[in-house]
Write a protein that binds this ligand. Structure first.
Ligand code: F0G
Length: 394
């Protein structure tokens, strides 16, 4: 091999070795413990975490028109191995299940927890039972549980019914429960807050996210507090969580028997981590509020069409919440840094895309002129739209 080839090879190797990511336990294991116990076996990992923090280009412009100045970042958790934030908690929970010699794992889920539990349990060679509502689980999430060989139990009931059953079954049969009532899940999920601080070099002023079973908002808060305690950051952010109006027990102050929202991931009427979420907002001087399905859908379209980021509807509740707060001037408006967590990838829920995003598909004969006509008309239309937007702004 010539010396040029050798040089090229060494450059490639050094570039690769500079940032070898081995998953969140490898990266943050020193900070992960429950009641003094630590993970002490080889992690069950799919190299989760290390997700991008993407700066907003369009939302920030829209909010500028309302008097906001600063930066908005999206923590894109849809780029985890099973396309949701659940993988952070799941690597820890399933590794712990291995460590204590569990015989099988079980969870209740609106879809993402079951997808993640299925993947990590498969990797750990543990049987996994997922209990999910018969209706209102996005197709992509069920497909994942199928792909990873989970035993899927579908009940004529909602997530809250499923979790109640799973708590009892796991106690009676000694199965390892991997819902966020398991503290190891929360320990894993808090690493997203570490990554945000590591990427920015400081903590944001505000952190916005959707709230369902309410574990994630609490997990982030634990992460921020821990980073402050060890001096990695000077300040912690205010935590702002958003529920969907039809599934907003924490905002309303009582459980909702039949929760309803198009954001099926957060269709939850009696969150298991209710008090913990309230603690997080109280300690951080934040808020839990709600947004309508219409607001969620509007953000859902905006994210895909303007920011170029496809996320499922649930995380759009957090962003809709940010817009609501800015509109009502409920947060500081000048020179602030905001992070919104995009908890799950858009491909999880293809029905939502087909139902709520106007399709621009044209079914035509395979003829040059037909296609040319469409292109000319569409370019004209988008130019007119841009002009209209400019006029509205000025
Ligand atoms: N976003 C997505 C995409 C989710 O899947 C969930 C929860 C949340 C937000 C809310 O997070 O429960 O910690 O407040 N999904 C659970 C599941 C309930 O079963 O997949 P949370």
């Amino acid at each position: 091999m010539g010396s040029e080839d050798n040089n090229l090879k060494s450059v490639r190797n050094s570039t690769f070795q500079q940032r070898k990511w081995c998953g969140i336990i490898h990266e943050y294991g020193d900070f992960i413990s429950v009641e003094g116990e630590k993970i002490n076996i080889e992690p069950v990992t799919l190299l989760e975490g290390n997700t991008p923090l993407i700066e907003s280009v369009c939302l920030v412009k829209e909010l500028k028109d309302m008097g906001f100045s600063g930066k908005i970042y999206f923590k894109y958790e849809g780029l985890n191995p099973t396309s949701s934030f659940k993988d952070r908690g799941m690597t820890v929970a399933i590794t712990r299940a291995k460590q204590i010699g569990a015989r099988a794992t079980i969870c209740a889920s609106t879809g993402n927890t079951s997808a993640s539990a299925a993947a990590y349990s498969a990797r750990a060679n543990l049987p996994v039972f997922v209990v999910v509502p018969e209706k209102n689980v996005a197709t992509g999430k069920i497909v994942q549980a199928v792909a990873h060989g989970a035993r899927i139990i579908r009940i004529k009931g909602n997530f809250d019914d499923a979790l109640k059953l799973v708590r009892k079954i796991s106690d009676d049969f000694g199965l390892f429960i991997v819902n966020s009532i398991n503290p190891w899940r929360i320990e894993g999920q808090k690493t997203a807050a570490f990554e945000v601080c590591d990427a920015l070099g400081f903590a944001p002023d505000y952190h916005f996210l959707p709230v369902g079973n309410a574990g994630n908002i609490y997990a982030y808060w634990l992460g921020y507090k821990q980073y402050k305690a060890i001096g990695r950051i000077n300040e912690t952010p205010k935590m702002f969580g958003f529920q969907a109006e039809g599934a907003a027990p924490i905002v309303r102050g009582y459980p909702i028997e039949n929760p309803e929202t198009i954001a099926s991931a957060i269709r939850i009427g009696n969150p298991a981590n209710w008090e913990k979420a309230e603690l997080a907002v109280k300690e951080s001087d934040g808020l839990i509020d709600m947004v309508s399905d219409e607001e969620i859908i509007s953000v859902y379209r905006f994210m895909g069409e303007k920011e170029g980021i496809f996320c499922e509807p649930a995380p759009c509740a957090g962003i809709a919440g940010l817009i609501k707060m800015v509109k009502n001037k409920k947060i500081k408006m000048k020179d602030i840094v905001v992070v919104c967590t995009l908890t799950g990838h858009g491909l999880k829920d293809p029905e939502a895309a087909l139902n709520f995003i106007k399709t621009k598909q044209f079914f035509v004969e395979p003829k040059f002129n037909e296609i040319k006509k469409i292109i000319e008309e569409e370019i004209k239309k988008s130019k007119e739209k841009d002009l209209e937007m400019e006029l509205q702004r000025s």
